[in-house]
Design a protein around this ligand. Sequence first.
Ligand code: PRP
Ligand code: ADE
Ligand code: MG
Length: 183
Amino acid sequence: MDNDFENKIKELKSKIQSYPDFPKQGILFWDIFSEISDGSTCKLLQSLLVQTIKQNFPEVEAVIGLEARGFLFSFSLAAELGIGCLPVRKKGKLPGVVESFKYDLEYGSDILEIQKNAIRPGLKCLIVDDLMATGGSITATANLLKTCGAEVIGCVVVMELVTLNGRNNIPDGIPVCSLIKYD
Ligand SMILES: O=P(O)(O)OC[C@H]1O[C@H](OP(=O)(O)OP(=O)(O)O)[C@H](O)[C@@H]1O
Ligand SMILES: Nc1ncnc2[nH]cnc12
Ligand SMILES: [Mg+2]
C-alpha cells in the first residue's frame, strides 16, 4: 500500500463515530453515516472504493449491494464502473422469483433474498457493504449467489471488525478487501 493511500485511509478513519451499547447492550456500533455527512469525505470514500475494486477485482461484472447500508455504495460504484447493480434485500421486499437464505448477525438473525432472474450463470459478482462483523451477511449473500449459479469473486467493505473473525467464516476462501480495520 502506498503512503498516499494509507494517509487517505487514516483521514477516513478519523471521521467515523462509534456508539457504545447500540442497538443492544455490549455492542460498539460503528456508524457509517457519520462518515458520509460531509461532501469531501463522500468523494474520498468513493475514490478509495473504486481504486480498491480496480486493483483487486478488475474482472467484476456486477456489484451486489446488501440492504440497507450496502446500498449506499453499490449503485454509485456500479455506475462509475459501468456494470450492473443487483440488490440483496431482507425477506419479503423483492418481487418475482427469489432465492432465500437465513443467517446470523452480531446482534440477531434475519433472512436475505435475491431475484433469481437478475443472475446469469457464471456472472462475476462483487459483494459490497459498509461493514463486516461476523461475516454472516456476506456468507449468506455468497450462498445465495452461488445457489443462483453466479461466481462470487470477492467482497469489499468499508469497515472490518477484525476480532470477530468474519474473514475466516466466509466460505471457499472468497477474498475480502476492507478499507478500515478495527481490533
Ligand atoms: O458481518 P455481520 O455479522 O453479518 O454484520 C454486518 C452487517 O450488519 C449490518 O447490517 P444490518 O443487517 O444490521 O442492517 P442494515 O444494513 O439494514 O442497517 C451491517 O450493515 C452489515 O450489513
Ligand atoms: N458493531 C457494529 N457496528 C455497526 N454495524 C454493525 N453490524 C454488525 N455489527 C455492527
Ligand atoms: Mg447491513
